[in-house]
Design a protein around this ligand. Sequence first.
Ligand code: SAH
Length: 355
Amino acid sequence: MSTNNIFSLNKEYLLEILKGWNEPSYRVDQILNWIYKKGEWDPEKMSNLPTNLRNKLKEFFSFDLPHIVDKKDAGNTTKYLLQLSDGENIETVLIKHHNRNTICVSVQVGCSFSCKFCATGLIGLKRNLKVNEIIGQVLIVQKELWEKGERISNVVFMGMGEPLANYDAVIRSIEILNSGWGFGIGSKHITISTVGIVPKIYDLAKEKVKVKLAISLHAPDNELRNQIIPINKKYPIEELLESAWFYANVTKRRITFEYVLIKDFNDKPEHANKLSLLLRGKNAHVNLIPWNKVKEYPWEPSDIYSIKKFKEILDKNGINTTLRISYGSKIRAGCGQLRASYLSMRRLNYEKNSD
Ligand code: SAH
């Protein structure tokens, strides 16, 4: 059953409830306006609502949000470690770049896909996040931005977890992010990044809000991809690409392919040539990301010479490519790393205290 957390509800649902209370529909606009436009979610402070309605809201809904347990700033990146009501921790990252404020949200506590280079993969899946926990990440960061007269312009589902494995909550969150009554963020400023759950990519293509799709490819053939992304055995590259081109056709949106460069594993000219063959002539864009070291894995990040050479080959083949220098690496912003270090710190403290 739903928790009735106010931050998980859409306008339609709120209208139903308030209709049942014999309240006029403009009250819903006022409530949503307080939350998503003014950043005020204490019903006591919703000054244009009658007292009895404020009381009813408090009785009927939970206004519970994640809270910040740690925050690290490094240049353009701020990384938040948040705690949920059951004590679990997740990460959210805010990246400032040119005039954009991009928030990177988590969708699960941990992840079940065990990619062999990713810090979150080491945790395993604890649970899915609820809509209010996804929206809560955006509200908490947006609240800080409002105080500076700024707003979140872009949302990327690239934090912890796999968005297409928590599909319904992600789609409902996107409605709140995109709607005029919610955050009002345009669909082309919202990106879902997936490890490649093929049937869900077809589902996503049918959704009302046509978001941008990023695919974590990371290897140009199945033999290599199988070694680092176990789900590739179920959904191999050919099927994944077919679904990607379908998505591009239906939505008219260019697909981004993320490619993490790992030294001597997937960063050789032959890999760049193979990747070019897969993507040539397609509505595609490659995002090269130097791998962020995670000490539990044997890999090393590619060196700058190999990275440049790799990009050169893609450029020569007419593949649209950007090199994403990992803004967050200085503060361990690479996927799941802040949470991992926080947990080990907590464990150490615990061990110290129980000596
Ligand atoms: N599960 C989704 C989204 C979460 S990860 C997905 O797989 O796309 C977001 C991106 O960060 C993915 O492209 C992922 O492969 C990449 N990533 C994970 N660990 C990384 C690391 N240590 N260094 C660089 N990129 C990493």
